[in-house]
Design a protein around this ligand. Sequence first.
Ligand code: NDP
Length: 268
Amino acid sequence: PVALRSACVLVTGATAGIGKATATMYAKSATKDEPVSLIVTGRRANLLDELCADLKSFPHVKHAVPLAVDVSDKEKMFAAIEGLPEEVKNIDVLVNNAGLALGTAPIHEGNMDDWEMMVDVNCKGLLYATKAVLPGMVERGDGHIINIGSVAGNYNLPGGNVYCATKAFVNHLSTSMRADLIGKGVRVTSIEPGNTETEFSIVRFKGNAEAAKKVYEASSGPRVACTGEDIAKIIYFATDELPKHVNINNLEVMPERQGFGPFAFNRE
Ligand code: NDP
């Protein structure tokens, strides 16, 4: 059997990058018979308003609701989700996407504020959104949680340290959630992207747009980064194109031009 399309989707971190592309993907894929309602979150309220205006311009978007809230603010996060209007309360898909990397310092020179923020947003924020939404899914016996992990959670990169560890948390939490949810009608998928061109590097390099641009540049040939839309297609495939009895557990994705490094040695 082919899955019915998701009727209500909440995307965290939808003001940019993968999250924005994902909300748009659901909006443009909705049909007359299977419309979609979207709830989009992020801290930048003006961008959420712009996004909601865009989403509403698609013919089969029923509701587009902006939730301007910091995902790592536990009280505000729960209040925002509890305060959702009745018509968008039954969330079918939660895309836990809000997240960030901060800095490139080696672990012994790391900035504690950066570490705390990455843990607060990437790990704790994801847990808050999940705790606010998942009990309803279990009660209804239907739902799908997409956690945006990273290849950085599976392979280490110099200067990645705490970010890598937060993403290992996300990748592993997803399969741990599966262990608890088996048979409850709720699917859980960890999507683990490689290099993807978004605002991610601007944030990581703290506004240094020049350095950020280099991450996605090649002197010739095809792109060295996926786009937010590439990842959005994969998310949509997992939730809405596969039948509901099929669960992708972990899905790692990279641009074809990204690969793995050899082991490092210090021979000084
Ligand atoms: P962007 O920087 O383009 O988008 C990040 C989104 O997260 C923004 O909408 C931002 O919104 C939101 N966000 C950040 N902090 C918070 C917060 N405290 N509360 C609420 N929202 C927040 O990056 P990407 O689209 O690339 O990142 C999306 C996810 O993908 C992240 O989890 C990231 O770790 C992961 N990822 C990205 C990769 C890449 O190469 N780009 C590779 C692998 C994983 P706002 O600033 O408005 O709050």
